[in-house]
Design a protein around this ligand. Structure first.
Ligand SMILES: O=C[C@H](O)[C@H](O)[C@H](O)COP(=O)(O)O
Length: 220
Protein backbone atom coordinates (compact mmCIF):
# COMPACT_ATOMS: atom_id res chain seq x y z
CA UNK A 1 0.00 0.00 0.00
CA UNK A 2 1.19 3.52 -0.74
CA UNK A 3 1.35 6.17 1.97
CA UNK A 4 -1.62 7.91 0.37
CA UNK A 5 -3.68 4.69 0.48
CA UNK A 6 -2.85 4.41 4.18
CA UNK A 7 -3.91 8.02 4.77
CA UNK A 8 -7.18 7.28 3.00
CA UNK A 9 -7.80 4.15 5.11
CA UNK A 10 -7.31 6.12 8.36
CA UNK A 11 -9.50 8.95 7.07
CA UNK A 12 -12.38 6.70 6.07
CA UNK A 13 -12.25 4.94 9.47
CA UNK A 14 -12.95 8.33 11.06
CA UNK A 15 -16.36 8.47 9.38
CA UNK A 16 -17.52 6.09 12.17
CA UNK A 17 -17.06 8.99 14.60
CA UNK A 18 -19.38 11.35 12.72
CA UNK A 19 -22.54 11.69 14.75
CA UNK A 20 -26.00 11.94 13.22
CA UNK A 21 -27.09 15.58 12.86
CA UNK A 22 -23.84 16.94 14.26
CA UNK A 23 -21.58 19.77 13.21
CA UNK A 24 -18.17 18.25 12.66
CA UNK A 25 -14.80 19.95 13.15
CA UNK A 26 -12.57 19.43 10.13
CA UNK A 27 -8.78 19.75 10.07
CA UNK A 28 -6.42 20.35 7.17
CA UNK A 29 -4.02 18.37 5.01
CA UNK A 30 -3.72 15.48 2.60
CA UNK A 31 -5.14 12.94 5.09
CA UNK A 32 -8.07 15.17 5.98
CA UNK A 33 -8.77 15.69 2.27
CA UNK A 34 -9.70 11.99 2.10
CA UNK A 35 -11.93 12.46 5.15
CA UNK A 36 -13.68 15.42 3.51
CA UNK A 37 -14.26 13.37 0.37
CA UNK A 38 -15.77 10.59 2.50
CA UNK A 39 -17.89 13.15 4.36
CA UNK A 40 -19.32 14.20 1.00
CA UNK A 41 -20.87 10.75 0.70
CA UNK A 42 -22.72 11.05 4.02
CA UNK A 43 -23.43 14.79 4.02
CA UNK A 44 -27.17 14.25 4.41
CA UNK A 45 -26.42 12.84 7.88
CA UNK A 46 -24.70 15.97 9.22
CA UNK A 47 -25.69 19.56 9.85
CA UNK A 48 -22.41 20.97 8.58
CA UNK A 49 -18.72 21.46 9.24
CA UNK A 50 -16.47 23.96 11.01
CA UNK A 51 -13.32 24.22 8.92
CA UNK A 52 -9.75 24.92 10.06
CA UNK A 53 -8.42 26.43 6.82
CA UNK A 54 -9.32 28.11 3.56
CA UNK A 55 -8.16 24.96 1.71
CA UNK A 56 -10.49 22.66 3.66
CA UNK A 57 -13.33 25.18 3.34
CA UNK A 58 -12.95 25.17 -0.45
CA UNK A 59 -13.03 21.37 -0.56
CA UNK A 60 -16.05 21.18 1.75
CA UNK A 61 -17.87 23.81 -0.29
CA UNK A 62 -17.15 22.00 -3.56
CA UNK A 63 -18.84 18.89 -2.13
CA UNK A 64 -21.90 20.84 -0.98
CA UNK A 65 -21.16 20.39 2.73
CA UNK A 66 -22.54 23.43 4.63
CA UNK A 67 -19.86 25.51 6.38
CA UNK A 68 -20.63 26.68 9.90
CA UNK A 69 -18.90 29.73 11.42
CA UNK A 70 -17.18 28.90 14.70
CA UNK A 71 -18.58 32.15 16.10
CA UNK A 72 -22.02 30.49 16.03
CA UNK A 73 -20.93 27.38 17.94
CA UNK A 74 -20.07 26.81 21.61
CA UNK A 75 -18.85 23.24 21.39
CA UNK A 76 -18.28 20.56 18.77
CA UNK A 77 -18.65 16.84 19.55
CA UNK A 78 -15.80 15.68 17.28
CA UNK A 79 -12.79 17.17 15.51
CA UNK A 80 -10.98 15.08 12.88
CA UNK A 81 -7.46 16.02 11.83
CA UNK A 82 -4.11 14.59 10.80
CA UNK A 83 -0.69 15.13 12.35
CA UNK A 84 2.92 15.41 11.29
CA UNK A 85 4.05 13.40 14.33
CA UNK A 86 2.23 11.78 17.26
CA UNK A 87 3.85 10.25 20.34
CA UNK A 88 2.73 7.58 22.82
CA UNK A 89 1.00 10.17 25.02
CA UNK A 90 -1.03 11.41 22.01
CA UNK A 91 0.86 14.73 21.89
CA UNK A 92 1.40 15.89 18.33
CA UNK A 93 3.37 18.17 16.06
CA UNK A 94 1.05 19.79 13.52
CA UNK A 95 1.28 22.65 11.06
CA UNK A 96 3.19 21.10 8.18
CA UNK A 97 0.52 22.70 6.00
CA UNK A 98 0.60 25.93 8.00
CA UNK A 99 -2.93 25.63 9.39
CA UNK A 100 -1.88 25.13 13.03
CA UNK A 101 -3.55 28.17 14.61
CA UNK A 102 -7.05 27.63 13.26
CA UNK A 103 -6.64 23.90 13.88
CA UNK A 104 -5.78 24.58 17.52
CA UNK A 105 -8.80 26.85 17.89
CA UNK A 106 -11.24 24.31 16.45
CA UNK A 107 -9.64 21.52 18.50
CA UNK A 108 -10.00 23.63 21.66
CA UNK A 109 -13.80 23.74 21.35
CA UNK A 110 -14.14 20.06 20.46
CA UNK A 111 -14.95 17.36 23.01
CA UNK A 112 -13.10 14.63 21.11
CA UNK A 113 -10.03 14.93 18.87
CA UNK A 114 -9.79 12.04 16.42
CA UNK A 115 -6.32 11.93 14.89
CA UNK A 116 -5.97 10.17 11.52
CA UNK A 117 -2.48 9.10 10.44
CA UNK A 118 -0.48 6.60 8.53
CA UNK A 119 1.91 4.61 10.70
CA UNK A 120 4.97 6.66 9.66
CA UNK A 121 3.68 9.54 11.83
CA UNK A 122 3.98 7.62 15.12
CA UNK A 123 7.22 8.43 16.98
CA UNK A 124 8.73 7.73 20.39
CA UNK A 125 9.78 11.36 20.88
CA UNK A 126 8.49 14.41 19.02
CA UNK A 127 10.93 16.66 17.19
CA UNK A 128 12.32 14.99 14.10
CA UNK A 129 9.68 16.91 12.14
CA UNK A 130 10.57 20.64 12.35
CA UNK A 131 8.18 22.42 14.72
CA UNK A 132 6.08 25.08 12.93
CA UNK A 133 5.62 28.37 14.79
CA UNK A 134 3.21 31.00 13.43
CA UNK A 135 4.49 34.53 14.00
CA UNK A 136 3.29 38.07 13.43
CA UNK A 137 5.47 39.25 10.48
CA UNK A 138 7.12 42.20 12.25
CA UNK A 139 8.22 39.90 15.10
CA UNK A 140 9.85 37.21 12.95
CA UNK A 141 13.49 38.15 13.69
CA UNK A 142 12.84 38.57 17.40
CA UNK A 143 11.01 35.25 17.65
CA UNK A 144 13.74 33.50 15.65
CA UNK A 145 16.38 34.74 18.14
CA UNK A 146 14.30 33.54 21.09
CA UNK A 147 13.74 30.13 19.51
CA UNK A 148 17.48 29.83 18.88
CA UNK A 149 18.06 30.63 22.57
CA UNK A 150 15.80 27.64 23.38
CA UNK A 151 18.16 25.44 21.36
CA UNK A 152 16.32 25.29 18.04
CA UNK A 153 17.32 26.30 14.53
CA UNK A 154 14.42 28.32 13.13
CA UNK A 155 14.05 28.66 9.37
CA UNK A 156 11.56 30.98 7.72
CA UNK A 157 9.13 29.08 5.46
CA UNK A 158 9.96 30.93 2.26
CA UNK A 159 7.09 32.34 0.21
CA UNK A 160 4.42 31.13 2.63
CA UNK A 161 1.75 33.24 4.31
CA UNK A 162 -0.83 31.66 6.63
CA UNK A 163 -4.59 32.07 6.28
CA UNK A 164 -4.23 34.66 9.06
CA UNK A 165 -1.67 36.73 7.12
CA UNK A 166 1.30 35.62 9.24
CA UNK A 167 4.63 33.84 8.71
CA UNK A 168 5.85 30.39 9.74
CA UNK A 169 9.20 29.61 11.33
CA UNK A 170 10.04 25.90 11.11
CA UNK A 171 12.21 25.02 14.08
CA UNK A 172 14.72 22.23 13.54
CA UNK A 173 16.76 20.40 16.13
CA UNK A 174 14.54 20.77 19.21
CA UNK A 175 14.73 18.00 21.78
CA UNK A 176 11.08 17.77 22.88
CA UNK A 177 11.25 15.87 26.14
CA UNK A 178 8.25 17.65 27.67
CA UNK A 179 5.87 18.71 24.88
CA UNK A 180 3.29 20.51 27.07
CA UNK A 181 5.99 22.61 28.78
CA UNK A 182 7.66 23.55 25.51
CA UNK A 183 4.27 24.37 23.97
CA UNK A 184 3.56 26.82 26.80
CA UNK A 185 7.12 28.24 26.78
CA UNK A 186 7.14 29.02 23.05
CA UNK A 187 3.68 30.58 23.23
CA UNK A 188 5.05 33.04 25.81
CA UNK A 189 7.40 34.62 23.26
CA UNK A 190 6.03 37.99 22.19
CA UNK A 191 5.02 37.85 18.53
CA UNK A 192 4.19 34.13 18.51
CA UNK A 193 0.59 33.43 17.53
CA UNK A 194 0.87 29.77 18.43
CA UNK A 195 3.13 26.81 17.84
CA UNK A 196 2.46 23.41 16.31
CA UNK A 197 2.77 21.41 19.53
CA UNK A 198 -0.63 19.98 20.44
CA UNK A 199 0.17 18.63 23.90
CA UNK A 200 -1.95 20.65 26.33
CA UNK A 201 -4.82 19.55 24.12
CA UNK A 202 -3.65 16.35 22.43
CA UNK A 203 -5.62 13.69 20.58
CA UNK A 204 -8.23 11.52 22.30
CA UNK A 205 -8.48 8.81 19.66
CA UNK A 206 -5.80 7.71 17.21
CA UNK A 207 -6.69 5.92 13.98
CA UNK A 208 -3.35 4.63 12.74
CA UNK A 209 -3.24 2.99 9.33
CA UNK A 210 -0.68 0.29 8.56
CA UNK A 211 -0.70 -2.32 5.75
CA UNK A 212 -2.34 -4.82 8.16
CA UNK A 213 -5.28 -2.48 8.84
CA UNK A 214 -6.35 0.57 10.84
CA UNK A 215 -5.51 0.37 14.55
CA UNK A 216 -7.80 2.29 16.91
CA UNK A 217 -6.19 3.58 20.08
CA UNK A 218 -7.78 5.57 22.89
CA UNK A 219 -5.85 7.99 25.12
CA UNK A 220 -5.38 6.97 28.74
O1 LIG B 1 -1.17 22.39 8.87
C1 LIG B 1 -1.37 21.22 8.59
C2 LIG B 1 -1.88 20.21 9.52
O2 LIG B 1 -1.43 20.33 10.82
C3 LIG B 1 -1.88 18.76 9.04
O3 LIG B 1 -2.77 18.08 9.85
C4 LIG B 1 -0.57 18.05 9.14
O4 LIG B 1 0.43 18.81 8.50
C5 LIG B 1 -0.66 16.66 8.51
O5 LIG B 1 -0.84 16.77 7.13
P1 LIG B 1 -0.93 15.54 6.15
O6 LIG B 1 -2.21 14.84 6.44
O7 LIG B 1 -0.92 16.18 4.78
O8 LIG B 1 0.27 14.67 6.37
Amino acid sequence: MTQDELKKAAALAALDYVLEGAIIGVGTGSTVNHFIDGLGGIKARITGAVSSSEASSARLRALGIPLVDLAEVDELPVYVDGADEIDGGFSMIKGGGGALTREKIVAAVSRRFVCICDASKQVATLGRFPLPVEVIPMAARHVARELAALGGQPKLREGFVTDNGNLILDVHGLAIAEPAKLEARINQIVGVVTNGLFAQRGADVLLLAAPEGVRREQRG
